[in-house]
Design a protein around this ligand. Structure first.
Ligand SMILES: C[C@@](CO)(OP(=O)(O)O)[C@H](O)COP(=O)(O)OP(=O)(O)OC[C@H]1O[C@@H](n2ccc(N)nc2=O)[C@H](O)[C@@H]1O
Ligand SMILES: Nc1ncnc2c1ncn2[C@@H]1O[C@H](COP(=O)(O)OP(=O)(O)O)[C@@H](O)[C@H]1O
Length: 267
């Protein structure tokens, strides 16, 4: 049995406070996009993990998919399975690929073994694996706050637009990105600002990782500039980088950007 695990982008990301536990409080809107990994559960003699496609740093048993399955296997005494992951979502790109794989694997396990887990129970399983992991259970546009793990559904629909994602050959470490940011409490919540008309987003909706990440990797800033020059109504780095998404009113071809970057169209 298999499933498609999609990526997300962050429509804005405000870093609001540094917490006593070292983490940061934030405000963001997670938005699902059409770039997918494939996750499969195959009956097997031993429990194992096979990864195909894009290389993921670390051992297969470090994969958060594997960790998610092992927890469920223990709790529900599940039979051995081979987890096959076909990796297509760029890694370390601010697209939440690992978190999505783990969340979709939990949903797939629930379905295959008829565990009867509710969305809320599955969210509780995956929440410790990564702040954005629980978002992928319901997988609907979501305003996230606190550590990025508390959610409220938000009615945002960009399906009338043409979305593009550009991924430069740069890996940004999330931990390093957080260590260099400045925090500030916003005067208006992203939860309200996200309902502004699209033409006002550029003036009000930011990603607070951009200043420090752009200072280290000016080529990401350059991609954003080129996307606006190509007619984007809004462009922003996703998460802690390195990918940048853009919202266009009509279909585009970004031939120049394709030379040095991966470009995903109609995401
Ligand atoms: C930046 C965001 C925005 O959506 O996404 P990505 O760019 O990774 O997709 C998330 O906050 C990524 O959260 P999460 O996926 O939990 O980050 P992890 O890699 O687990 O955390 C790495 C490190 O980042 C710091 N960290 C993480 C989350 C947070 N709210 N505050 C933090 O300060 C901590 O030092 C943590 O040890
Ligand atoms: N299934 C997985 N897919 C991608 N990365 C994974 C996975 N499992 C564990 N990881 C680890 O998580 C790190 C961040 O991966 P990813 O989720 O792609 O990044 P981001 O947080 O930028 O969206 C990787 O460098 C990798 O070491």
């Amino acid at each position: 049995m298999l499933t498609f695990a999609n990526a997300k982008i962050n429509l804005g990301l405000f870093l609001t406070e540094k917490r006593a536990d070292g983490y940061h409080n934030l405000q963001t809107v997670f938005y699902p996009i059409k770039i997918n990994d494939v996750v499969e559960l195959v009956d097997a003699e031993e429990t194992s993990m096979l990864i195909k496609g894009i290389d993921i740093p670390g051992d297969a048993t470090d994969n958060i998919c594997f960790k998610a399955f092992k927890t469920l296997q223990q709790d529900f005494n599940l039979p051995h399975q081979q987890i096959v992951l076909l990796k297509n979502i760029p890694v370390g790109a601010g697209l939440g690929g690992g978190s999505s794989d783990a969340a979709f694997l939990v949903k797939l396990t629930n379905q295959k073994f008829k565990l009867g887990l509710t969305d809320e129970q599955m969210e509780a399983y995956v929440r410790p694996l990564g702040a954005d992991c629980a978002f992928f259970i319901k997988n609907k546009p979501t305003f996230a706050f606190a550590k990025g793990d508390e959610f409220e559904e938000v009615a945002i629909d960009l399906s009338a637009y043409y979305l593009v994602l550009v991924k430069p050959p740069v890996h940004v470490s999330t931990a390093e990105a957080y260590s260099k940011v400045n925090v500030k409490l916003p005067s208006n919540s992203l939860k309200d600002l996200i309902h502004l008309p699209l033409q006002d987003w550029q003036a009000h909706i930011f990603n607070d990782f951009e200043p420090s990440v752009f200072a280290k990797y000016p080529q990401i800033d350059e991609i954003k500039t080129q996307l606006y020059q190509a007619g984007a109504k809004f462009a922003l780095m996703s998460g802690s980088g390195s990918s940048v998404f853009a919202i266009f009113e009509k279909e585009v071809q970004l031939t120049e950007l394709e030379k040095d970057n991966l470009v995903f169209y109609d995401i």
